[in-house]
Design a protein around this ligand. Structure first.
Ligand code: SAM
Ligand code: GLN
Length: 272
């Protein structure tokens, strides 16, 4: 098959899933064939190897079923970083970049030396913090695949992050004395929520937190004595603000922050 025929076939498959099937087709082909878009256009009359034809059509069909582009290209972008990702690991969202800004500001203002990121996924928050501050960074996850990807990403950016496996504060217990700031974008979606097809392709333990989406927060704050004098910055879903306030008010001073789209999505809690 000629490249231009493959391009047409891929573009036609993508029509159902994409608003710009032509440019997505070029992007997907450039990943499969390891060529720039410009090179692809110059090689349109060339014959393509059967193996590459099959890969391109397979990926285009997956994309048409709602499979996220990041899982196809195995790359995602966050805070000016290009990170490795694979299926089974949560894709960083642009809103979470605001959480990183809040964390960096807090670290600088209070001269914080040690930070922990709980539920690190690709390692995006931990790596952005390590690159932009002098603090020592710990990062945890319950998902082994996420920890592997986070390790690869930390290596790519040459940052030294201590990666630990386990739920909530458990893996951090030996280091809790020195950890001054804990950040997290935890799972906070209700199990009753109807999610778009692409989000449903992401790991459920990264998204869901019980019927009200608050299970992670309840468990995290179940033994608040462990958090004494620490600052906590977390992301949540805008409609959970009142519940978060009710849950955390007794523990210390709580402040809320908006994301780029003017939705209240983060809280900062100074535990007393
Ligand atoms: N921090 C990453 C980001 O912002 O892209 C990933 C966030 S994702 C919404 C939540 C992450 O928390 C997932 O990687 C999931 O595996 C992890 N996770 C879920 N429950 C956890 C728990 N109890 N303790 C630690 N990590 C957990
Ligand atoms: N904001 C994510 C979504 O698109 C959910 C992230 C989370 O649970 N932390 O559904």
């Amino acid at each position: 098959m000629k490249l231009k025929e493959l391009y047409t076939a891929v573009r036609d498959i993508l029509k159902s899933a994409s608003d710009s099937p032509g440019s997505e087709a070029l992007f997907l082909l450039s990943e499969v064939m390891v060529k720039t878009r410009e090179r692809l256009l110059m090689d349109f009359e060339d014959e393509v190897e059967q193996r590459q034809v099959e890969t391109a059509l397979f990926l285009a069909r997956k994309r048409a079923e709602g499979y996220p582009l990041q899982y196809i290209t195995k790359k995602c972008h966050f805070y000016n970083l290009e990170l490795h990702i694979c299926e089974g690991v949560f894709i960083p969202r642009i809103e979470t970049e605001v959480l990183v800004d809040l964390a960096i500001e807090t670290i600088h203002e209070n001269d914080i030396k040690t930070v922990a990121d709980i539920g690190t996924g690709t390692g995006c928050i931990a790596i952005a913090i390590a690159l932009n501050t002098h603090s020592e960074v710990y990062a945890t996850d319950v998902n082994e695949k996420a920890l592997e990807i986070a390790k690869k990403n930390a290596k790519k950016y040459g940052v030294d992050i201590t990666l630990l496996k386990g739920p909530y504060l458990e893996p951090l217990i030996p280091f809790l004395d020195k950890i001054e700031l804990i950040v997290s974008n935890p799972p906070y979606v209700s199990t009753k929520a109807e999610l778009p097809a692409d989000v449903r392709k992401e790991p459920s333990e990264a998204l869901f937190a019980g019927e009200d989406g608050l299970e992670f927060f309840r468990n995290f704050f179940s033994d608040v004595s462990l958090l004494k004098d620490k600052t906590i910055i977390m992301e949540f879903s805008p409609e959970q603000k009142d519940s978060i306030e009710k849950l955390c008010n007794a523990f210390g001073k709580i402040t809320f922050f908006n994301d780029q789209f003017n939705k209240t999505r983060f809280f900062k809690l100074a535990v007393e």
